[in-house]
Design a protein around this ligand. Sequence first.
Ligand SMILES: Nc1ncnc2c1ncn2[C@@H]1O[C@H](C[S@+](CC[C@H]([NH3+])C(=O)[O-])CC(=O)[O-])[C@@H](O)[C@H]1O
Ligand SMILES: O=C(O)C(=O)Cc1ccccc1
Length: 274
Amino acid sequence: MALIKTTHCAYFTIPLILRGNTAVNRTQHSNTMKEKDHIFAAPIERLGDFCFDHQVADVFPDMIKRSVPGYSNIISAIGMMTARFAQPDSRLYDLGCSLGAATQEMRRNLNQSGCRIVAVDNSAAMVERARNHLAAFRSDVAVELLEADICDIHIENASVVVLNFTLQFIEPSRREALLSNIYNGLKPGGVLILSEKFVSEDNTINELLIDLHHDFKRANGYSELEISQKRTALENVLRPDSPEQHKARLGAIGFAHVDMWFQCFNFGSMVAIK
Ligand SMILES: Nc1ncnc2c1ncn2[C@@H]1O[C@H](C[S@+](CC[C@H]([NH3+])C(=O)[O-])CC(=O)[O-])[C@@H](O)[C@H]1O
Ligand SMILES: O=C(O)C(=O)Cc1ccccc1
């Protein structure tokens, strides 16, 4: 198999996508939402850091479904929590919205008047596709889609804030300020839904959960090469905290109630209420 050289991004310069054994020119495929993730299928000679570029955005629904245990359950529960926690005339935030899966579920379940959803991502490729994706559904709920760094936006009048597998990509030294900004922008009784990949503080359990996650990926058709190359590409950019670290930080910021509501292997979701 041919080696694919890259520069900064793990796959930045790859001109082709692979479908089974066939290399296909990307421009022939406009139906990006149905692309299968083969990004790490071929050996990559100089593996750079993982980033959310056009290549990832094109395969993202397939990638996240096959890589994150519980992802679709979490998206459904975000809808359920929206129905419970949304307050009239408030804002709902989807921070690191990617293609807008959580935004769309919030929108479908919103049962209060005068609300607006603010969906934010700093990847131009994601925002472009999210705009098309969200435009495909009929809804009376206003959605503001911003291409911005979630650390730079002002959060206000919020009843629901979603960080669905986004905080893990934020520089660790900036996480506390971001969460404080969210806390300050939440109304009393408002909720933060925080989904993350976790590291376990017990080494044996940590290794077990990582192995089980890799089994999950194997069961979803990823090869050993795909698993190991993606793992390397993610090393410097996805830095997980432990559930204990998350709980302590959210409590110290001021959240009145914090707990894990879902966990599968080393992935899970927490709820924090102001
Ligand atoms: N500083 C930042 N500012 C804005 N966006 C950022 C930043 N850093 C990373 N992102 C964005 O956060 C998203 C993380 S994916 C979220 C899935 C989605 N929530 C979903 O429910 O489908 C999770 C994953 O791929 O594991 C990407 O779209 C990044 O561009
Ligand atoms: O695939 C992984 O190993 C993950 O940790 C999840 C993931 C999913 C999509 C983009 C980046 C990481």
